[in-house]
Design a protein around this ligand. Structure first.
Ligand code: PEP
Length: 245
């Protein structure tokens, strides 16, 4: 029996256009059902248009601050007011290119929940960290930054996405066994303090998921769906991935 509803999320990154919204929205609306949550994260300017089509949407990041003098930043409340339900926090590109620390990511997580958005907390190790046997250490520290700031219960209204950095946009997917190992580690870590919370927590895998590898990944007991980058930009690939969840 599936205890958690599967979710497939598409991260368009800095890609997309009004034409892409028109091309993809029907296909996305047709694939969503009571059995699966489908969420799309387009660039900010496309959020109103995509949300108006009925697709469930989220921001790729939000500011950790309340409204004020933060040129170029976007307030989480504004995202919520546009009708979005989710935001990514701590995507590896935000961490590595824009220097977001675990503390900053935890602050963004807090601000998202404060306004009623569901944060999807992205965690994952670099290739070097994996080679040095630090995967669990790194992932635990990324999750603990949120727990230390907000308490364990904050994870109840959130989603975690395990995305090994070496697998994002590289075509190198984690094997189902490698991914399941880390997903189980995350669930066990939370279960050590609350079994109910751990059993209810949606944990997505991300990193070069495509229509060929998604079925085996999603069949793992602790993998509840995927966060999809490149393959979310093509209707036939994204819907095939959704159908395999
Ligand atoms: C991502 O951007 O979160 C991602 C997983 O990208 P890709 O699927 O292209 O590896």
């Amino acid at each position: 029996m599936a205890i958690r509803k599967p979710m497939v999320a598409g991260n368009w990154k800095m890609n997309g256009s009004k034409e892409l919204v028109q091309q993809l929205s029907d296909a996305i609306n047709n694939v969503k059902s009571d059995q699966i949550d489908v969420v799309v994260f387009p660039p900010y300017p496309l959020l109103p248009m995509l949300t108006a089509t009925g697709v469930t949407t989220g921001a790729q990041t939000v500011s950790e601050n309340e409204p004020g003098a933060f040129t170029g930043e976007v307030d989480a409340q504004l995202i919520k007011d546009l009708g979005c339900q989710y935001t990514l926090v701590g995507h590896s590109e935000r961490r590595s290119i824009y220097g977001e620390s675990n503390d900053t990511v935890a602050a963004k997580f807090a601000r998202a929940q404060q306004v009623g958005l569901t944060p999807i907390l992205c965690v994952g190790e670099s290739e070097e960290q994996r080679e040095q046997g630090q995967t669990e250490l790194v992932v635990a520290a990324q999750i603990d930054a949120v727990i230390d700031k907000l308490g364990l219960a904050a994870l109840k209204d959130s989603v975690i996405a395990y995305e090994p950095v070496w697998a994002i946009g590289t075509g190198k997917t984690a094997s189902p066994e490698q991914a399941q190992h880390v997903h189980k580690f995350i669930r066990d870590k939370i279960a050590a303090n609350s079994s109910d919370l751990a059993q209810g927590l949606t944990i997505l895998y991300g990193g070069s998921v495509n229509e060929k590898n998604s079925e085996l990944l999603f069949a793992q007991p602790d993998i509840d769906g995927g966060l999809i980058g490149g393959a979310s930009l093509k209707a036939e690939l994204f819907t095939a991935i959704c159908e395999s969840a």
